[in-house]
Design a protein. Structure first.
Length: 84
């Protein structure tokens, strides 16, 4: 089932959507619905991860600062090694 919804867009965004619809041979409605779906999926994921992290923090599950620093220093060193 689907429903109709009205959305206000800037002229520039509307023009970009029309161009994308033409190039991809998709309808503006399809592209708009797909964009909204992706936006919601990303934000739901982020909110759920934040909620999980808060539960862990409330339970006292923390990583020592020194361990985090060491982790990122190792990652940085590895990145610099692969760029050479």
């Amino acid at each position: 089932m689907s429903t109709t919804m009205t959305v206000r867009l800037s002229d520039t965004l509307k023009e970009s959507l029309e161009q994308l619809a033409e190039v991809t041979a998709r309808s503006k409605s399809f592209l708009a619905a797909e964009a909204i779906k992706q936006y919601i999926d990303i934000n739901e994921w982020q909110i759920n991860e934040i909620k999980k992290a808060l539960v862990e923090a409330d339970a006292g599950k923390f990583i020592a600062h020194a361990d985090i620093v060491r982790h990122w220093e190792n990652k940085l060193e590895h990145c610099m090694d692969t760029d050479r």
